[in-house]
Design a protein around this ligand. Structure first.
Ligand code: MTE
Length: 327
Protein backbone atom coordinates (compact mmCIF):
# COMPACT_ATOMS: atom_id res chain seq x y z
CA UNK A 1 0.00 0.00 0.00
CA UNK A 2 2.30 2.66 -1.29
CA UNK A 3 0.08 5.49 -0.09
CA UNK A 4 0.88 4.62 3.51
CA UNK A 5 4.56 5.27 2.95
CA UNK A 6 5.88 8.46 4.48
CA UNK A 7 6.36 11.13 1.84
CA UNK A 8 8.89 13.87 2.51
CA UNK A 9 8.60 12.68 6.10
CA UNK A 10 5.30 14.55 6.39
CA UNK A 11 2.95 11.64 6.94
CA UNK A 12 2.00 10.97 10.53
CA UNK A 13 2.69 7.37 11.55
CA UNK A 14 -0.38 5.50 12.79
CA UNK A 15 1.20 5.18 16.25
CA UNK A 16 1.15 8.95 16.58
CA UNK A 17 -2.52 9.27 15.98
CA UNK A 18 -4.87 9.12 18.92
CA UNK A 19 -7.06 6.11 18.27
CA UNK A 20 -10.50 7.16 17.07
CA UNK A 21 -12.18 4.97 19.65
CA UNK A 22 -10.24 6.41 22.55
CA UNK A 23 -10.78 9.83 21.13
CA UNK A 24 -14.53 9.51 20.74
CA UNK A 25 -14.82 7.95 24.16
CA UNK A 26 -12.99 10.96 25.57
CA UNK A 27 -15.34 13.26 23.71
CA UNK A 28 -18.43 11.54 25.07
CA UNK A 29 -16.98 11.59 28.52
CA UNK A 30 -16.27 15.30 28.35
CA UNK A 31 -19.82 15.97 27.24
CA UNK A 32 -21.33 13.90 29.99
CA UNK A 33 -18.99 15.31 32.58
CA UNK A 34 -19.88 18.79 31.44
CA UNK A 35 -23.58 18.12 31.75
CA UNK A 36 -23.40 16.33 35.07
CA UNK A 37 -20.48 18.09 36.69
CA UNK A 38 -18.75 14.76 37.29
CA UNK A 39 -15.13 14.10 38.11
CA UNK A 40 -12.90 11.37 36.67
CA UNK A 41 -14.40 8.45 38.65
CA UNK A 42 -15.25 5.18 36.98
CA UNK A 43 -13.49 5.75 33.67
CA UNK A 44 -11.55 3.20 31.73
CA UNK A 45 -7.81 3.67 32.06
CA UNK A 46 -7.43 4.50 28.38
CA UNK A 47 -10.01 7.24 28.45
CA UNK A 48 -8.66 8.65 31.67
CA UNK A 49 -5.14 8.76 30.27
CA UNK A 50 -6.39 10.83 27.37
CA UNK A 51 -8.68 13.14 29.31
CA UNK A 52 -7.37 13.91 32.68
CA UNK A 53 -4.85 16.19 34.17
CA UNK A 54 -3.63 15.05 37.57
CA UNK A 55 -6.88 16.17 39.14
CA UNK A 56 -5.15 18.87 41.18
CA UNK A 57 -7.01 21.80 39.70
CA UNK A 58 -10.70 22.58 39.26
CA UNK A 59 -12.42 20.69 36.43
CA UNK A 60 -13.22 22.65 33.29
CA UNK A 61 -14.63 20.21 30.74
CA UNK A 62 -15.52 21.30 27.25
CA UNK A 63 -17.86 19.99 24.59
CA UNK A 64 -16.64 18.87 21.19
CA UNK A 65 -15.72 21.85 19.02
CA UNK A 66 -17.41 22.20 15.64
CA UNK A 67 -14.79 24.63 14.33
CA UNK A 68 -12.94 23.18 11.32
CA UNK A 69 -9.38 22.24 12.23
CA UNK A 70 -9.95 22.60 15.98
CA UNK A 71 -8.84 19.05 16.63
CA UNK A 72 -5.50 17.58 15.65
CA UNK A 73 -5.45 13.79 15.69
CA UNK A 74 -1.91 13.50 17.01
CA UNK A 75 -0.58 12.08 20.25
CA UNK A 76 -1.07 14.57 23.08
CA UNK A 77 1.97 15.98 24.81
CA UNK A 78 2.04 14.67 28.39
CA UNK A 79 0.42 16.93 31.00
CA UNK A 80 3.70 16.88 32.91
CA UNK A 81 5.57 18.31 29.91
CA UNK A 82 2.86 20.85 29.04
CA UNK A 83 3.05 22.21 32.58
CA UNK A 84 6.79 22.04 33.30
CA UNK A 85 8.41 23.23 30.05
CA UNK A 86 7.15 26.78 29.62
CA UNK A 87 7.94 30.25 28.38
CA UNK A 88 6.51 32.83 30.76
CA UNK A 89 9.26 35.38 31.24
CA UNK A 90 7.36 37.14 34.03
CA UNK A 91 8.43 34.13 36.11
CA UNK A 92 11.96 33.69 34.77
CA UNK A 93 13.64 32.77 31.50
CA UNK A 94 14.47 29.08 32.10
CA UNK A 95 11.92 26.55 30.86
CA UNK A 96 11.48 25.22 34.41
CA UNK A 97 11.13 28.66 36.05
CA UNK A 98 7.38 29.21 35.46
CA UNK A 99 6.41 25.87 37.03
CA UNK A 100 8.65 26.66 40.00
CA UNK A 101 7.73 30.30 40.50
CA UNK A 102 4.19 30.86 39.21
CA UNK A 103 2.51 29.74 42.45
CA UNK A 104 2.66 33.42 43.49
CA UNK A 105 0.27 34.40 40.69
CA UNK A 106 -3.27 35.00 41.95
CA UNK A 107 -5.66 34.07 39.13
CA UNK A 108 -8.77 34.92 41.17
CA UNK A 109 -10.29 37.43 41.47
CA UNK A 110 -9.47 38.58 37.92
CA UNK A 111 -10.95 40.95 35.40
CA UNK A 112 -10.24 42.06 31.85
CA UNK A 113 -10.74 45.57 30.50
CA UNK A 114 -12.05 45.76 26.95
CA UNK A 115 -11.65 49.22 25.43
CA UNK A 116 -10.71 51.32 22.42
CA UNK A 117 -12.62 51.34 19.13
CA UNK A 118 -15.81 49.63 20.27
CA UNK A 119 -19.37 50.63 21.19
CA UNK A 120 -19.50 48.65 24.44
CA UNK A 121 -16.25 48.92 26.38
CA UNK A 122 -16.11 47.70 29.95
CA UNK A 123 -14.47 45.66 32.66
CA UNK A 124 -15.46 42.01 32.73
CA UNK A 125 -15.02 39.75 35.73
CA UNK A 126 -13.69 36.23 35.28
CA UNK A 127 -16.98 34.60 36.25
CA UNK A 128 -18.73 36.49 33.45
CA UNK A 129 -15.93 35.78 30.98
CA UNK A 130 -16.31 32.05 31.66
CA UNK A 131 -19.96 32.26 30.59
CA UNK A 132 -19.61 34.17 27.30
CA UNK A 133 -19.89 30.99 25.19
CA UNK A 134 -19.93 27.20 25.75
CA UNK A 135 -16.52 25.79 26.64
CA UNK A 136 -15.04 23.67 23.86
CA UNK A 137 -12.18 21.23 23.92
CA UNK A 138 -9.66 21.85 21.11
CA UNK A 139 -6.49 19.91 20.46
CA UNK A 140 -4.02 22.31 18.84
CA UNK A 141 -0.38 22.10 17.87
CA UNK A 142 1.67 24.80 19.58
CA UNK A 143 4.89 25.66 17.73
CA UNK A 144 7.39 27.82 19.59
CA UNK A 145 9.65 30.12 17.56
CA UNK A 146 12.57 28.40 19.32
CA UNK A 147 11.94 25.19 17.36
CA UNK A 148 9.94 22.93 19.68
CA UNK A 149 6.30 21.97 19.59
CA UNK A 150 3.57 20.35 21.65
CA UNK A 151 0.03 19.06 21.11
CA UNK A 152 -2.28 20.42 23.80
CA UNK A 153 -5.98 19.81 24.56
CA UNK A 154 -7.12 23.34 25.40
CA UNK A 155 -10.50 24.33 26.80
CA UNK A 156 -12.06 27.65 25.83
CA UNK A 157 -14.11 29.35 23.16
CA UNK A 158 -13.41 31.39 20.04
CA UNK A 159 -12.08 34.83 20.95
CA UNK A 160 -14.58 36.25 18.43
CA UNK A 161 -17.42 35.36 20.84
CA UNK A 162 -15.99 37.77 23.38
CA UNK A 163 -14.93 40.47 20.91
CA UNK A 164 -18.41 40.58 19.34
CA UNK A 165 -19.92 41.48 22.71
CA UNK A 166 -17.91 44.72 22.74
CA UNK A 167 -19.20 45.69 19.27
CA UNK A 168 -15.97 46.85 17.58
CA UNK A 169 -16.36 49.91 15.31
CA UNK A 170 -15.19 50.26 11.71
CA UNK A 171 -11.96 51.80 13.01
CA UNK A 172 -11.01 48.61 14.87
CA UNK A 173 -8.38 47.30 12.45
CA UNK A 174 -6.25 45.54 15.06
CA UNK A 175 -6.58 44.12 18.56
CA UNK A 176 -3.93 44.68 21.20
CA UNK A 177 -3.54 42.34 24.18
CA UNK A 178 -1.83 43.41 27.38
CA UNK A 179 -0.94 40.91 30.09
CA UNK A 180 -0.41 41.27 33.83
CA UNK A 181 2.87 42.85 34.96
CA UNK A 182 2.85 42.86 38.76
CA UNK A 183 6.22 42.80 40.49
CA UNK A 184 4.59 41.54 43.67
CA UNK A 185 3.29 38.39 41.95
CA UNK A 186 5.83 38.00 39.15
CA UNK A 187 9.51 37.98 40.05
CA UNK A 188 10.63 38.16 36.40
CA UNK A 189 9.04 41.59 35.97
CA UNK A 190 11.85 43.03 38.09
CA UNK A 191 14.29 42.03 35.34
CA UNK A 192 14.77 44.01 32.15
CA UNK A 193 14.59 41.01 29.83
CA UNK A 194 11.47 42.44 28.10
CA UNK A 195 9.74 45.81 28.15
CA UNK A 196 6.80 45.03 30.49
CA UNK A 197 3.92 44.59 30.32
CA UNK A 198 3.95 41.83 27.69
CA UNK A 199 1.99 43.14 24.72
CA UNK A 200 0.83 41.26 21.64
CA UNK A 201 -1.40 42.10 18.71
CA UNK A 202 -3.48 40.59 15.94
CA UNK A 203 -5.14 41.99 12.86
CA UNK A 204 -8.91 42.13 13.46
CA UNK A 205 -9.64 39.32 10.97
CA UNK A 206 -7.04 37.10 12.68
CA UNK A 207 -8.57 37.90 16.07
CA UNK A 208 -12.06 37.10 14.74
CA UNK A 209 -11.00 33.85 13.07
CA UNK A 210 -12.81 30.93 14.73
CA UNK A 211 -9.55 29.07 15.40
CA UNK A 212 -8.27 31.89 17.61
CA UNK A 213 -9.00 30.62 21.08
CA UNK A 214 -9.64 32.36 24.37
CA UNK A 215 -8.36 29.54 26.56
CA UNK A 216 -9.31 29.03 30.20
CA UNK A 217 -8.09 25.48 30.66
CA UNK A 218 -6.16 22.49 29.40
CA UNK A 219 -6.54 18.75 29.92
CA UNK A 220 -10.07 19.29 31.24
CA UNK A 221 -8.96 21.52 34.12
CA UNK A 222 -8.49 25.25 34.64
CA UNK A 223 -5.16 26.61 33.37
CA UNK A 224 -2.19 26.01 35.64
CA UNK A 225 -0.59 29.37 36.54
CA UNK A 226 2.51 28.64 34.45
CA UNK A 227 0.36 28.21 31.32
CA UNK A 228 -1.21 31.66 31.67
CA UNK A 229 -4.01 31.44 34.23
CA UNK A 230 -6.76 32.41 34.36
CA UNK A 231 -7.07 33.16 30.63
CA UNK A 232 -4.74 33.32 27.64
CA UNK A 233 -4.81 33.49 23.92
CA UNK A 234 -4.01 30.51 21.69
CA UNK A 235 -3.37 31.36 18.02
CA UNK A 236 -2.42 27.96 16.65
CA UNK A 237 -1.03 29.00 13.24
CA UNK A 238 1.38 31.54 14.74
CA UNK A 239 4.55 31.09 16.76
CA UNK A 240 3.75 30.56 20.44
CA UNK A 241 4.80 34.02 21.60
CA UNK A 242 1.69 35.51 19.92
CA UNK A 243 -0.39 33.54 22.43
CA UNK A 244 -0.34 36.03 25.31
CA UNK A 245 -0.79 34.65 28.83
CA UNK A 246 -2.69 36.06 31.82
CA UNK A 247 -4.44 38.79 29.83
CA UNK A 248 -5.74 41.90 31.63
CA UNK A 249 -6.57 44.23 28.72
CA UNK A 250 -7.97 43.90 25.21
CA UNK A 251 -7.93 47.08 23.14
CA UNK A 252 -9.38 47.66 19.66
CA UNK A 253 -7.05 49.98 17.75
CA UNK A 254 -6.69 51.52 14.32
CA UNK A 255 -2.90 51.20 14.02
CA UNK A 256 -0.84 48.03 14.10
CA UNK A 257 0.25 47.43 17.72
CA UNK A 258 3.94 46.99 18.56
CA UNK A 259 4.49 43.79 20.50
CA UNK A 260 7.04 43.34 23.26
CA UNK A 261 9.00 40.90 21.10
CA UNK A 262 9.05 43.24 18.12
CA UNK A 263 10.31 46.00 20.43
CA UNK A 264 13.02 43.67 21.74
CA UNK A 265 14.27 42.55 18.28
CA UNK A 266 12.37 43.88 15.30
CA UNK A 267 14.39 42.01 12.68
CA UNK A 268 13.74 38.69 14.46
CA UNK A 269 10.09 38.93 15.57
CA UNK A 270 7.68 40.53 13.15
CA UNK A 271 4.03 41.42 13.66
CA UNK A 272 2.62 38.42 11.80
CA UNK A 273 4.87 35.63 13.08
CA UNK A 274 2.96 32.98 11.16
CA UNK A 275 4.58 29.57 11.40
CA UNK A 276 6.43 29.24 8.09
CA UNK A 277 9.06 26.57 7.40
CA UNK A 278 10.34 28.55 4.38
CA UNK A 279 11.14 31.74 6.30
CA UNK A 280 14.01 31.22 8.70
CA UNK A 281 14.63 33.08 11.90
CA UNK A 282 17.78 35.21 11.28
CA UNK A 283 19.69 32.95 13.69
CA UNK A 284 18.25 29.50 12.95
CA UNK A 285 16.18 27.46 10.50
CA UNK A 286 12.43 27.07 10.99
CA UNK A 287 12.17 24.06 8.65
CA UNK A 288 11.89 21.43 11.39
CA UNK A 289 10.85 21.12 15.01
CA UNK A 290 11.40 18.96 18.07
CA UNK A 291 8.19 17.54 19.51
CA UNK A 292 8.45 17.73 23.29
CA UNK A 293 8.30 14.20 24.72
CA UNK A 294 10.10 12.71 21.72
CA UNK A 295 13.53 13.40 23.09
CA UNK A 296 15.10 9.95 22.82
CA UNK A 297 18.50 9.41 21.30
CA UNK A 298 16.94 8.40 17.96
CA UNK A 299 14.05 10.84 17.96
CA UNK A 300 13.76 12.60 14.62
CA UNK A 301 12.88 16.24 14.26
CA UNK A 302 9.55 16.75 12.52
CA UNK A 303 9.10 18.88 9.45
CA UNK A 304 7.36 22.14 10.35
CA UNK A 305 4.12 22.64 8.45
CA UNK A 306 3.03 25.85 6.71
CA UNK A 307 0.85 27.84 9.12
CA UNK A 308 1.60 25.04 11.60
CA UNK A 309 -0.73 22.75 9.63
CA UNK A 310 -3.68 25.17 9.60
CA UNK A 311 -3.17 26.44 6.05
CA UNK A 312 -6.57 25.21 4.82
CA UNK A 313 -8.28 27.28 7.50
CA UNK A 314 -6.18 30.45 7.55
CA UNK A 315 -4.20 30.67 4.28
CA UNK A 316 -6.84 32.97 2.76
CA UNK A 317 -6.18 35.63 5.40
CA UNK A 318 -2.80 36.25 3.77
CA UNK A 319 -3.71 35.95 0.08
CA UNK A 320 -1.44 38.16 -2.01
CA UNK A 321 0.86 39.05 0.88
CA UNK A 322 4.62 38.60 0.69
CA UNK A 323 5.17 36.37 3.71
CA UNK A 324 8.94 36.90 3.61
CA UNK A 325 8.43 40.63 4.09
CA UNK A 326 5.51 40.21 6.46
CA UNK A 327 7.31 37.73 8.76
N1 MTE B 1 2.81 35.42 27.59
C1 MTE B 1 3.40 36.18 28.55
N2 MTE B 1 2.65 37.05 29.26
N3 MTE B 1 4.72 36.07 28.82
C2 MTE B 1 5.55 35.22 28.11
O1 MTE B 1 6.76 35.17 28.37
N4 MTE B 1 5.68 33.51 26.33
C3 MTE B 1 5.12 33.14 25.01
C4 MTE B 1 3.63 32.79 25.11
N5 MTE B 1 2.93 33.76 25.95
C5 MTE B 1 4.94 34.41 27.10
C6 MTE B 1 3.55 34.53 26.89
C7 MTE B 1 5.83 32.04 24.37
S1 MTE B 1 7.39 32.41 23.75
C8 MTE B 1 5.28 30.80 24.19
S2 MTE B 1 6.07 29.61 23.24
C9 MTE B 1 4.01 30.42 24.83
O2 MTE B 1 3.49 31.47 25.64
C10 MTE B 1 4.23 29.20 25.69
O3 MTE B 1 3.02 28.72 26.21
P1 MTE B 1 3.03 27.39 27.13
O4 MTE B 1 4.03 27.62 28.22
O5 MTE B 1 1.64 27.24 27.66
O6 MTE B 1 3.45 26.27 26.24
Amino acid sequence: MYFHKPRHGQRIPASEITSRQVYDARRDWLKTAGALGLTGLGLSAAVQAQTAGPGKLAKLPGVKSTVAGATVMEKLTAYKDVTSYNNFYEFGTDKSDPAENAHTLKPRPWSVVIEGECAKPGRFGLEDLLKVAPMEERVYRLRCVEGWSMVIPWVGYSLSELLKKAEPTGKAKYVEFTTLADKAQMPGVRSGVLDWPYVEGLRIDEAMHPLTLMAFGLYGEVLPNQNGAPLRLVVPWKYGFKSAKSIVKIRFVEKQPVSSWTKAAQQEYGFYSNVNPTVDHPRWSQATERRIGEDGLFAKRRPTLMFNGYEAQVGQLYAGMDLKKNY
